[in-house]
Design a protein around this ligand. Structure first.
Ligand SMILES: Nc1ncnc2c1ncn2[C@@H]1O[C@H](COP(=O)(O)OP(=O)(O)OP(=O)(O)O)[C@@H](O)[C@H]1O
Length: 289
């Protein structure tokens, strides 16, 4: 068998195994539920063959949930970096500190998430990758390409990642405070789009993750979400109005408060623009009054 066929079989086996896990519900009730199966299968396949995966989607679309689900499926713990303008090499790689062991003082290096994940062959999750300053992440270029290697600038140690090391990143393009992702960085990833789930899949997620149990109310919230997504696509309201996180908040509140007030607190008031807020509230009124 030539090497290409072998790789193909490896991937097929892994896909089969994971498709079965998905079919058998091993992703679990609290796992990521995909709008289309290809999202999960492609992310699994890319990781299985050693590609870096970039999850691209709006706020509250389940990117973190998907990363956690991948970590569970691969049985690989996940180490996270949360990007911000303050992110620096120390937050990614680690830092030196004074240690006192058995009465002797010395300098110790405390490993950060990148080094830990590389050495242990775990997953590295880089959240909001486009929130970091453009000059911060290039230090990871060698980690993110075929070299899988970094020279720790604080210790001089050359680290090559364990074979099972994997990288998942998340990006929310266009969100306030983000910068366009550097091309060389983006080029090192396979892109998986993570859209908002709708209809039956959304219903399942609400049933499993929110406190709300009333099936009629859940159906109305699912319709509200579809209507909001239409408005988002028409450019009438901003993407965050359709966030599943916000919808779960509104459903949870609706167990205790009148639904319209729950929607006001959970969804409407999270949106900045006055006109958008009024548009969302009007849609909710037509469904819940
Ligand atoms: N497809 C999905 N399957 C399961 N849960 C989902 C899905 N989409 C959203 N959720 C739920 O919605 C909430 C928000 O999801 P999550 O935090 O993963 O979003 P995110 O895309 O990482 O958001 P952000 O960009 O703001 O960090 C979580 O409670 C998550 O469980």
């Amino acid at each position: 068998m030539n090497i290409q066929t072998e790789i193909q079989e490896l991937v097929n086996d892994r896909r089969k195994k994971f498709s079965q896990s998905i079919d058998n519900g091993l992703v679990g009730n609290s796992g990521y539920k995909a709008a289309e199966e290809s999202i999960l299968i492609d992310a699994i396949t890319a990781l299985a063959i050693g590609k870096n995966v970039l999850l691209k989607g709006p706020t509250g679309s389940g990117k973190t949930k998907l990363a956690e689900t991948l970590s569970n499926l691969f049985k690989q713990p996940m180490h996270s970096i949360n990007c911000s303008v303050d992110l620096d090499a120390e937050a990614m790689l680690g830092y030196k500190t004074i240690s006192h062991k058995e009465g002797v003082s010395g300098i110790e290096f405390i490993e950060g998430p990148v080094i830990k994940a590389m050495k242990k062959g775990h997953l590295l999750y880089i959240d909001e990758i486009n929130m970091a300053k453009p000059e911060t992440l290039p230090i990871l270029n060698g980690v993110l390409d075929y070299r899988r290697t970094i020279t720790n600038p604080f210790t001089g140690e050359v680290i090559t990642a364990d074979g099972s090391f994997g990288v998942v990143a998340a990006i929310n393009e266009g969100y306030v405070g983000t910068v366009p992702l550097n091309e060389a960085l983006k080029n090192r990833f396979v892109i998986i789009e993570v859209p908002y789930i709708q209809r039956e899949v959304l219903k399942e997620v609400l049933q499993q993750q929110s406190r709300l149990q009333d099936p009629k109310l859940i159906d109305k919230f699912v319709t509200l979400s579809s209507d909001l997504i239409i408005q988002v696509n028409n450019g009438q309201v901003s993407e965050e109005a359709a966030s599943i996180r916000a919808l779960i908040d509104a459903c949870d509140l609706a167990v205790y408060l009148p639904p319209l007030r729950a929607i006001q607190r959970g969804i409407v008031d999270k949106v900045e623009d006055e006109r958008e807020r009024a548009a969302i509230y009007n849609i909710a009124q037509t469904l819940f009054e």
